[in-house]
Write a protein that binds this ligand. Structure first.
Ligand code: EAX
Length: 320
């Protein structure tokens, strides 16, 4: 009799055991789902849901104000975000060194530095600013567009009202070239271009293609004047609710997001310029890169003082 009662208690306990709570986290990012950020977001979602057998779900939403998305992580109203480093330097100043124009030779150089100890050391700076940095992702090399004229050399930029991200390094770069930098969130960009508040903007090919900026910009110049990192960031409030196994799963899913995001950037770089020509943009491919680099020299001295000339040189000299 005793055994039967014991078995009954066990059976009741088994059914009464709490089912592992199902959690849904929200991931905000500023671009269409059919974009290099969307590719990273979907890869992260699928990986986490597979690893946790859907105990943790990820709800992907579009919010094109990156600064707001980051602030939401700090106050705990947002769980995850994919963002360019545009506004990030206002939260974690150490990231701004990567926003210096003409710092990286090519994609392999940028990806290598960010995945090396140099980049990982910057990720480690985020928790002190109440943000968890899960991984470096990628926005891409930025190119200028405008509706006034073809741009092939620094003098062509002089006098142009250029929308920049809310990024001090980029604003200084355009000011140095004689342009009129106008910082604003991505959410304000298209209305500003439509109303003529600004003449131009600068963004990687993937962003220009995904957002059909050809509809509001006539000229594209392949200036590739700065590499724009992106990041996968998380709220400490959401992070601290994870157990150690789930934290490890999040770090693995961030790697899947990085791989998918970078693969989409590479694909967009392959096809995006021809697509923008097909959509009617006038594309200037012969750009005086050396001229643009020397036009930045007056600002470079200031960046050397701000970030350490040796630190900048260490990044420039990095080899795989
Ligand atoms: O992160 O604001 C920008 O120009 C960014 O490149 C865009 O939001 C993608």
């Amino acid at each position: 009799m005793k055994l039967a009662k014991f078995a009954l208690v066990g059976l009741v306990a088994a059914f009464a055991a709490p089912v592992a709570a199902q959690t849904t986290l929200t991931m905000n990012h500023p671009l269409p789902i059919n974009s290099h950020y969307g590719a990273g977001a979907v890869a992260f979602k699928e990986d986490i849901e597979r690893r946790t057998n859907n105990r943790i779900r990820v709800n992907i939403q579009r919010n094109d104000n990156e600064r707001e998305n980051i602030e939401a992580l700090q106050i705990g109203t947002g769980d995850l975000t994919i963002t360019s480093t545009g506004p990030v330097g206002n939260f974690v100043p150490e990231t701004r060194i990567f926003d210096i124009p003409f710092l990286f030779r090519d994609y392999a150089h940028a990806r290598g530095v960010l995945d090396s100890q140099i980049g990982q050391d910057v990720l480690a700076r985020f928790p002190a600013r109440n943000i968890i940095a899960l991984a470096w992702l990628e926005n891409g090399f930025r190119n200028m567009t405008n509706s006034r004229r073809e741009v092939s050399k620094p003098d062509d930029v002089r006098g142009l009202k250029v929308r920049t991200m809310e990024n001090q390094v980029h604003m200084q770069a355009f000011r140095t070239m004689g342009a009129l930098p106008t910082p604003m969130a991505f959410s304000e960009l298209v209305p500003a271009l439509q109303q003529g508040t600004v003449d131009g903007q600068e963004n990687p090919i993937p962003v220009i293609v995904a957002n059909n900026l050809n509809q509001v910009q006539r000229y594209l110049s392949l200036t590739r004047h700065v590499y724009s990192p992106a990041m996968l960031l998380m709220s400490p409030a959401a992070w601290n609710r994870l157990n150690d196994a789930d934290k490890a799963a999040f770090r693995e899913a961030a790697k899947a997001a990085q791989a998918a995001n970078r693969a989409r950037v590479s694909a967009d770089e392959e096809s995006g310029v021809d697509e923008l020509r097909r959509r009617g943009m006038t594309v200037t491919t012969t750009v005086d890169m050396a001229g643009f680099q020397s036009a930045m020299n007056p600002a470079m001295e200031g960046w050397g003082r701000e970030f350490g000339a040796a630190n900048i040189e260490r990044i420039r000299a990095w080899r795989p």
